[in-house]
Design a binder for this molecule. Structure first.
Ligand code: FAD
Length: 318
C-alpha cells in the first residue's frame, strides 16, 4: 500500500481527490455505504478515510426496571470497512485512530491489526468528547492528546512496543493529523493551537488534514501561519458542500466555524433545501478552483453519508 505523502509526491503538483466516510450505524448494511460512494470512484481517489467513533453512554431500562447507563459503540466497524474498501475499490484505506475510549494497549492492538492488513496510513486524532460528558476525558490508561498517540505510532514505526517482551518488526505508518483553520474549540488561543499542532509534527506526523471551512481566506492564513511556525508537511483542505439551511447553524455549532456572509445570504434567499444544495455545489466548485490555484495537494471531501453533491463538484473540477 502507498503512503498518502507518496501519492502527493507522485502526483507531481497535480491536485488529487479524496473522501472521508463514516461507518454506518450499528446493524445497518455496509453495502449501502459502499454503493453510495461507488460513483465517486470515477474521480480516482487514491485513498479513502474512514472515521472511528468511541462508545457513547446511553440510558436503558434494566431487568430490575431501573435506568442503567451502558456504553454502546453506535458506529463500529472501521477496520472491517477499510478491508472492504481496499478489496472492492482497490483504493488505500486511511482509518482514523482516536485516543478517546481506548487504552494505549487497546490502541496498540488496533495498530497491529492494521499493519497486518497492509494498511500504511492512519489519521491520528484525540477524538470527540462523549456527547453525555461535553468535555473530553481520556479513558484510564489512554492518551489525553493526539500528540501522545502520534508518539505511540512513531515509536511502533521504530519497532518500540508498549510492554513487549520481544522486539517488534517496525510498522511503517504514514501519520496524518488534524488542523483547524478557525482554531480548535478547546484551544485557549490560536498561538497555543499552533504550538500543539507543531508538537504533533515534531513527534512524527507526516501531513495535516484540516477541519472543514467555507472561507478559503481562513485556510490560506492557516497555511501561512503553519509555514511561519516551521511546519513544512503537506496541508490538505477538508471540504463539505453546504446541503441544507439548517446546516448553517448545526455545522457552525458542531465544528466551531464561521460561514461567510455571502454564502449565508445566498442560502437564506433559497426557497427550499434543494436550492440550498445547488448553492452549496456552486460555492464548493468556486472554493475548489481557488484552492487548486493556490496549489493544494488534495481536495478532501467529508461525505457524511451523502455523496451526490460531492460528485457534482468533482465532475466540474477533475
Ligand atoms: P489534539 O491535537 O489533541 O488537540 C485537542 C485540543 O487540545 C486542541 O485545542 C489543542 O490546542 C489542545 N492541546 C493539544 N495538546 C495539548 C497540550 N499538551 N496541553 C494543552 N492543550 C493541548 N473525531 C472522532 O471522534 N473520530 C474521527 O474519526 C474524527 N475524524 C476527524 C478528522 C478530521 C480531519 C478532523 C479535523 C477532526 C476529526 N475528528 C474526529 C474530530 C476530532 O477528534 C476533534 O476535533 C477533537 O476534539 C480534537 O482532535 P485533535 O486530534 O485535533 O486533538
Amino acid at each position: 500500500m502507498t503512503k498518502v505523502t507518496e501519492f502527493i509526491r507522485q502526483a507531481n503538483g497535480k491536485t488529487l481527490f479524496s473522501i472521508e466516510i463514516i461507518p454506518p450505524l450499528k446493524g445497518q448494511n455496509i453495502n449501502e455505504l459502499l454503493n453510495s460512494i461507488e460513483p465517486l470512484m470515477e474521480f480516482k481517489p487514491p485513498f479513502v478515510d474512514v472515521t472511528y467513533h468511541r462508545e457513547e453512554l446511553i440510558d436503558r431500562i434494566g431487568p430490575d426496571g431501573l435506568v442503567e447507563r451502558i456504553p454502546v459503540r453506535k458506529r463500529p466497524g472501521t477496520v472491517g470497512i477499510c478491508a472492504r474498501l481496499m478489496e472492492r475499490f482497490h483504493v488505500d484505506a486511511v482509518p482514523h485512530v482516536i485516543c478517546g475510549g481506548f487504552t494505549k494497549d487497546e490502541t496498540e492492538d488496533v495498530l497491529i491489526d492494521l499493519s497486518y492488513l497492509g494498511i500504511d496510513n492512519v489519521l491520528v486524532l484525540r477524538g470527540d468528547p462523549e456527547k453525555s460528558a461535553g468535555i473530553f476525558k481520556a479513558k484510564a490508561g489512554g492518551h489525553t492528546y493526539a500528540s501522545e498517540l502520534v508518539k505511540q505510532v512513531s515509536d511502533m514505526n521504530k519497532g518500540i512496543l508498549l510492554n513487549a517482551e520481544t522486539e517488534m518488526y517496525p510498522t511503517d505508518f504514514c501519520i496524518g493529523i488534524a488542523g483547524y483553520p478557525e482554531k480548535h474549540f478547546d484551544a485557549v488561543s490560536f498561538d497555543s493551537d499552533y504550538e500543539h499542532l507543531k508538537r504533533k509534527v515534531d513527534l512524527g506526523a507526516n501531513y495535516i488534514v484540516t477541519q472543514m471551512f467555507f472561507d478559503n481566506q481562513k485556510f490560506f492564513r492557516f497555511v501561512e501561519r503553519c509555514r511561519a511556525e516551521g511546519i513544512t508537511v503537506p496541508i490538505i483542505p477538508g471540504l463539505k458542500p453546504l446541503a441544507t439551511k439548517k446546516q448553517l447553524t448545526v455545522l457552525s455549532q458542531i465544528f466551531h466555524l464561521e460561514f461567510p456572509k455571502e454564502l449565508v445570504d445566498e442560502a437564506n434567499r433559497c426557497a427550499s433545501d434543494k436550492e440550498v444544495r445547488q448553492v452549496g455545489i456552486e460555492w464548493g466548485v468556486q472554493q475548489c478552483r481557488e484552492l487548486i490555484d493556490y496549489g493544494v495537494p488534495v481536495l478532501h471531501f467529508y461525505t457524511m453519508g451523502k455523496s451526490d453533491n460531492v460528485a457534482k463538484i468533482a465532475e466540474k473540477i477533475f
